[in-house]
Structures are given as structure tokens and as C-alpha cells.
Design a protein around this ligand. Sequence first.
Ligand SMILES: C[S@@+](CC[C@H](N)C(=O)[O-])C[C@H]1O[C@@H](n2cnc3c(N)ncnc32)[C@H](O)[C@@H]1O
Length: 216
Amino acid sequence: MNRLSLLASLSKGSEILCDVGCDHAYVLVDAIKYHGVKRGIAADIGEGPLKIAKETIFNNNLSDKIDIVLSDGFKNINLPFDTAIIAGMGGTLISNILIDGLSKIKDKKLILEPNNDAYRVRKALLDNGFIIIDEFAINDMDKYYEIIVAIKGNASYNEFELKYGPILLNKREKAFIDHYKRLYNHINSIIDSINNLDVKKGKMELLDEYSKIINE
Ligand SMILES: C[S@@+](CC[C@H](N)C(=O)[O-])C[C@H]1O[C@@H](n2cnc3c(N)ncnc32)[C@H](O)[C@@H]1O
């Protein structure tokens, strides 16, 4: 399964899906066509992506089921929804969108896929009354992705779990372990050539963390 199909499949059980940063709107179309979602909100900050989204939606005969909204994060989203997807953006941007939109997402299911810095997203969830109920690691076209699913709730995660994912660490999916094996091998192959002691220390700490994941 590729990244977009997996994201769409995680909307199963939702009635109305809001995709913030929908771009092409493939996830919304898939969610409605194949996963029982009834309606969608295609939101994006850019007019260009929304034009493409409109075409995708029209070509799939879903114009009566998907509302298109020009919006920075959740700012202009005033329609009801029960699940939100924010995918394919940096972790800092996703956590800012979550924090700014808190009043609109407090009781919603969240499906999040940060392209980097998943720590910040997990920290924003923890600090704002969400619990992580599932996580997925996948490799799509030779790129590694992590997906976080969260709902309202109280949790406590330590720094290691925030960095690497409380559920990913338990699940130990092949893509997850392979990713950290790759990073471990890369750092291990260059560590002797690093002269700066601070940089070397940081890399040694990473090697230690990665080996904990790989060898558990
Ligand atoms: C790389 S695309 C990801 C598209 C799709 N979600 C995916 O996972 O393939 C990022 C999209 O997020 C949109 N975007 C960036 N910042 C945004 C914001 N603050 N609010 C809404 N959309 C935003 C961009 O315009 C772009 O269409």
C-alpha cells in the first residue's frame, strides 16, 4: 500500500473528513470511494492546489460530496467534520496548525503525517490533550514516512517515545526497523572521520538510540 492509500484507509469509520493541505485531494477521493466516508472538506492555503483538487473531485463525480475551502490551517473551516488529516508537511507546520486550530479539533480524530520532526507533532498532541492511538511506518518509492493517529485523551510519553513514536517502538514494523538500521549503518560508516568533538558526541548518542531500537 502506498502512503496516500494508507492515509485514506485510516479514515474508515469517519463520516466527514477534513483534509488540511489537501493539494490534489487524492486522499479525500479515495476515502469517499473506498472507505465509507460520506463527505469531505478539501482545504488548502493555496489557490493553485485547490484548482487541482477541484479537477480531481470533478473527474471523480464527487463535487456534491466535497466542499472546497481556501484556508490557512483550520482558520476558515466552519463546516462540521469528525476527522482531520494533515499530511505531507513539516512537523513544525503541522504542530502550529494543530495548536492554532485547537478549538476546532479538540474532539476530532486526527491523522497526521509529518515529513520531518515527528517529535514536535507528538509533543503538541501530548501538551494539548490528545492520546496517540496508532502509528504506522511505511516506505513509499524509497522514502520513509510515519503516520500518527490521535484522539482526545490524556497520555504520558517520555522523550524517547516522543522522538521515535510510542506505538512504533512497540509495533516494530519492518519499515521502522529498516529505517533505523539504515541510519545506524550510515552514521557508523562516517563516525571515525568526524573531527569535531561536539558533532561526534551527538552522532554517538544517535548511534546509541538507534541501536536500542534495532536490538531490542
Ligand atoms: C506537499 S503538499 C501535501 C499534499 C497532501 N496532503 C499529501 O500528503 O500528499 C502540502 C500542501 O499543504 C498546503 N499547505 C501548506 N501550508 C498550509 C497551511 N498553513 N494551511 C493549509 N494548507 C497548507 C500546500 O499548499 C500544499 O498543497
